[in-house]
Write a protein that binds this ligand. Structure first.
Ligand code: PEP
Ligand code: MG
Length: 920
């Protein structure tokens, strides 16, 4: 590694860019997001305090050998000399000291998960120098006590409480409410007390040598990359461990130098709603962590013009410039030192799902970004969140009437949550994970150490802090509903309860938290799903998504293959599901599981009669009763999907699923015998015998799917008649029908050769009887590896394929889809034996390879072969992308996932725009 450059001054961004080959993403990888953006802000002429960045490569080299790599310290000293020159101050000087901060900054922002030390360079002597220079003893000793506390906890590992006890003790002995009540003398005495804490806890003195402070702080930031909270956070956000953090050494500027100084954080648009309006908080006479920690009550950013008009005006200009420069909503930190504004950070702001959609759509409409860019600013998970349950206005009004309103606070992260309250992160996580409870974490305010509890909770409530406090930022990022700053709530950590206006809620009791409005209620409130139609920004975004997916030329493919992106269809068994699917934007029904209609209580006895019939005539009698039921179900679905294709799958499950279980029948028979009940006993015994006769050791591999159709063709003959009678009736009513009949679980083309012509004959016969004509298709599911391997043969008969990836995964891996997930599968995923659960995300290397082969071989025989997927994977974004790359016409998923799939399909089309689809 000799010769590697470990340190880049903020002015040196061009060199860093050159080193990584010009790519901005790689610059962020090298300098971390914070370092890269500080340097970029300096480059575009914004006021950034002089400083430099130690690279992530240095961090990784440190992790390997637990020591600074060769050359790093010397490079830091050289960079420090330049910073001293730029700042006009000297590090370690007693007369004109330069103070610096040492801040972590990984490629992807990990708010509060790693460490920072401020005011490095202060010691007993330089503090005196600073007092002489600033004539502000209070400020200097405030800064010094902060350094000792931060250094003590971050670098030396002393528990925060050891310092807090001293601070609280001093405040209560003087009767102070706030930190700002402390005088210079108080702070001076606090410095003495804090130094004593260090000596007592560590057995040595707080290091007075500034260079030693700097070196140790840098090392501590490197180490914090592997701290528990950083690791937990990376697991939750899929940030690779290998990235490392950069360390930024930045000249300190002070917001705590009096009433003409201040500090704040702001978002260029509202991160909760997306509204195009500056949103943030500030504090006069304070340092950065006071705002973020949410310990002091902050002021709204729009009032900053009152006390500091010049700086506020400059700030507004800067944030406007930043949004245009980065073409995204920015989250900035700033400090005003004696009226002079300094930008300390900017980054793309974290936002709620709602805000993500609104900001993307607004920015595209404003012409700041293209619709394609807008599409990639929203994640499928965001769309999912927007369709999540909320409290309806009526249910809340009812709760209020019942006197259950408890408190209100800042609506920090939208969505509704109902759960049992716990007052610390460990217990919240434990009760959620081990006792499988829905939990709400309640704290005065949260710290990075609480993140595991926040992740496990359904909702978060804090009594302190504002819209940019730690709790708010983290909750928004993870989509956890959150109310912060509910200041009327008194939390008693000893009694483990919280109280407002005489109402007490104890640990373990239920509350309901509305993160959209900031309200909190005692007890449970019913949740309801938000209306899709009212989410106009989402509708716009999804309309653009469909336009992208339906544009020709998205895929390069041979004749017959689709050259657009994919459509999204839905799996729907009933007319009401079909209507919902269409409302959510489905362009067809990819799977209607007809057997679900058999399970309805009014129909089940007839189905059982059909199964248990002793003669063909008896069976036909039962089937004749079922026909009108099926016809009316299909009629409703065709009507709902007027003009769009509807794939109806013929009966699939083994017949014993429609009968009572053997154990239950046996128990009933024994009980009747013991009690001497004779009435009905013979029928029960006959049923038990029949069930026993149908027993299969491996029913999923037994008499089901097309095998059942061949064994007992009357059932599917009835189904096909019902489909075509309904389709004909609809046609006669002016509805456009596009029925597609799907034969499940085919393994060999001879099965299709046997059954399909019989069924096609019925189709034609019915159309003739009804005097109508419409186009239709017969096709099959690819659910068995042999079907995929012989897809060319199947395609000679089948006009369409639909991948039944639930069964295809089961049969390719040989993992039971019913049992694997509760036995070994979770462990396999945890141990990395399987990269992901293959029942959720298509295993591209195995199952996916079979799918690709099936499409290629199938279309070689029938170029116009329609290909879709209807297994659960059809709603999974990663699997959707895979389906795009192999040439699917559509994906089909549950109606609720249709909006997510529409976004994912468009994103896949954009990602692979113009790529060829015929695989290797
Ligand atoms: C499948 O196997 O993927 C499928 C859609 O069919 P089912 O889940 O009904 O077996
Ligand atoms: Mg199946």
């Amino acid at each position: 590694m000799a010769g590697k450059k470990w340190v880049y001054l903020f002015h040196d961004i061009d060199k860093a860019e050159k080193y990584v080959g010009g790519d901005w993403d790689a610059v962020r990888g090298l300098l971390g997001g914070k370092g890269a953006n500080l340097a970029e802000m300096a480059r575009i002429g914004l006021p950034v305090p002089p400083g430099f960045t130690v690279t992530t490569e240095a961090c990784n080299a440190y992790q390997e050998n637990s020591k600074f790599p060769d050359g790093l310290w010397n490079e830091m000293l050289a960079a420090l000399a330049v910073v001293e020159k730029d700042a006009g101050k000297k590090f370690g000087s007693n007369t004109n000291p330069l103070l610096v901060s040492c801040r972590s900054g990984a490629k992807f922002s990990m708010p509060g998960m790693m460490d920072t030390v401020l005011n490095i360079g202060l010691n007993d002597e330089s503090a005196k120098g600073m007092v002489a220079l600033t004539k502000n003893e209070r400020f200097v000793f405030d800064s010094y006590r902060r350094l000792i506390q931060m250094f003590g906890s971050v670098v030396l590992g002393i528990p925060d409480e050891a310092f807090e006890v001293e601070l609280d003790g001093l405040k209560s002995s003087k009767g102070y409410k706030s930190d700002t009540d402390m005088t210079a003398e108080d702070l001076k005495s606090l410095v003495v007390k804090f130094k004593a804490v260090v000596r007592k806890e560590k057995g040595f003195d707080f290091p007075q040598e500034p260079l030693e402070q700097l070196k140790l702080a840098t090392e501590a930031v490197f180490k914090s990359w592997n701290g528990k909270r950083a690791v937990d956070y990376r697991r939750a956000t899929n940030i690779p461990d290998s990235l490392g953090t950069a360390v930024n050494i930045v000249t300190m500027v002070f917001g705590n130098m009096g009433e003409d100084s201040g500090t704040g954080v702001a978002f260029t648009r509202n991160p909760s709603t997306g509204e195009r309006k500056l949103y943030g908080d500030y504090l006069l006479n304070a340092q950065g962590e006071d705002v973020v920690a949410g310990i002091r009550n902050t002021e709204k950013i729009e009032t900053l013009g009152g006390p500091l008009p010049e700086a506020y005006k400059q700030f507004l200009d800067i944030v406007a410039k930043l949004e245009i420069h980065y073409k995204d909503m920015q989250d900035v930190e700033f400090t005003i030192e004696r009226g002079r504004l300094w930008m300390l950070q900017c980054r793309n702001g974290k936002r709620t799902a709602k805000a993500a959609v609104k900001i993307a759509v607004d920015m595209a409409n404003e012409g700041l970004i293209t619709r394609e860019t807008a599409m990639n600013r929203v994640t499928p998970t965001d769309v999912d969140t927007l369709l999540h349950p909320q409290f309806s206005v009526e249910t809340k009004a009812k709760a209020k009437k019942e006197g259950r309103f408890f408190a209100s606070g800042v609506n920090a992260s939208p969505g509704a949550a109902v759960g049992q309250i716990y007052f610390d992160a460990d217990l919240t996580e434990k009760m959620a994970k081990e006792a499988k409870q829905d939990t709400i974490m309640v704290r005065p305010f949260t710290k990075p150490d609480d993140v595991h509890g926040m992740l496990a909770a359904k909702g978060i409530l804090t009594s302190e802090g504002g819209a940019t406090s730690h709790a708010a930022v983290v909750a928004r990022q993870f989509g956890v509903p959150c109310v912060v700053g509910a200041s009327s709530v008194q939390i008693d950590m000893t009694k483990r309860q919280m109280t407002t206006n005489g109402v007490t809620v104890k640990e373990g009791e239920w509350i309901s938290v509305d993160g959209t409005t900031g309200e909190v209620f005692v007890g449970k409130i019913d949740l309801s799903t938000p209306s899709f139609e009212e989410q106009t920004d989402l509708l716009t975004l999804l309309k653009w998504a469909d336009e992208i997916s339906s544009a020709k030329g998205m895929r390069k493919a041979p004749r017959g293959w689709p050259t657009t992106g994919m459509q999204v269809w839905a799996n729907a068994d009933y007319p009401k599901d079909a209507r919902r699917a269409r409302q959510y934007g489905a362009m067809g029904i990819g799977l209607c599981r007809t057997e679900h209609m058999f399970f309805e209580t009014s129909r089940l006895p007839t189905v059982q009669k059909m199964i248990l019939a002793q003669s063909d005539a008896e069976r036909q009698e039962a089937i004749d009763i079922l026909l009108p039921y099926q016809r009316s179900d299909f009629d409703g679905i065709f009507e709902a999907m007027d003009g769009l294709p509807v794939i109806i799958r013929l009966i699939d499950p083994p017949l014993h699923e429609f009968l009572p279980s053997e154990e239950m029948l046996l128990e009933e028979v024994i009980t009747m015998r013991v009690k001497g009940q004779t009435k009905g006993l013979a029928e029960k015994e006959a049923l038990l015998e029949a069930v026993r006769g149908m027993h299969e050791s491996n029913p999923m591999m037994g008499l089901r799917g097309v095998r059942l159709s061949i064994d007992m063709p009357q059932i599917v003959e009835m189904q096909v008649r019902a489909i075509f009678e309904a389709a004909s009736d609809c046609t006669l009513r002016g509805i456009t029908v596009k029925p597609e009949v799907m034969i499940p679980l085919t393994g060999i083309v001879n099965e299709l050769n046997w059954i399909q012509p019989r069924l096609e004959r019925i189709a034609k016969k019915v159309m003739k009887e009804k005097g109508v004509d419409f186009s239709y298709k017969f096709g099959t599911m690819i659910e068995i590896p042999r079907a995929a391997v012989t897809a060319g043969e199947l395609a000679s008969k089948a006009e369409f394929f639909s991948f039944g990836t639930n069964d295809l995964t089961q049969m390719t891996f040989g993992y039971s889809r019913d049992d694997a997930e509760r036995s070994f599968l979770v462990k396999y995923v945890e141990q990395g034996i399987l990269p992901k659960n293959p029942f959720q995300t298509i295993d591209r290397a195995g199952v996916g390879k079979l799918m690709r082969m099936a499409v290629n071989d199938g279309r070689a025989v029938r170029p116009s072969l329609e290909v879709g997927i209807c297994g659960e994977h059809g709603g999974d974004p990663d699997s959707i992308e895979f389906c795009h790359t192999i040439g699917n016409n559509y994906v089909s998923c549950s109606p609720f996932r249709v909006p997510i799939a529409r976004l994912a399909a468009a994103q896949s089309a954009l990602k692979h725009k113009g790529e060829p689809v015929v695989g290797e």
